[in-house]
Design a protein around this ligand. Sequence first.
Ligand code: ZN
Length: 76
Amino acid sequence: MKLLPDCRDMSSRLSEARDSGRALTLGERLHLLMCAWCRRFRVQLDVLGLAAARAPEGGPSLSAEAKARIRRALGA
Ligand SMILES: [Zn+2]
């Protein structure tokens, strides 16, 4: 195992660590100190996580009126 993962490894490691709640390894933290791209990716993961947490249960839904309007437009 490499002490310092490359950026490709970091993207999957950061995602997995965020999902599992695992603490970052020393190598991962060192990589983040040196790599602005991976720091930015980590922030993006946090933003996506917050957005997903705020999403309504069962995902977004259209009103019955909107569904009927789309059905009419599609000729269904
Ligand atoms: Zn990187």
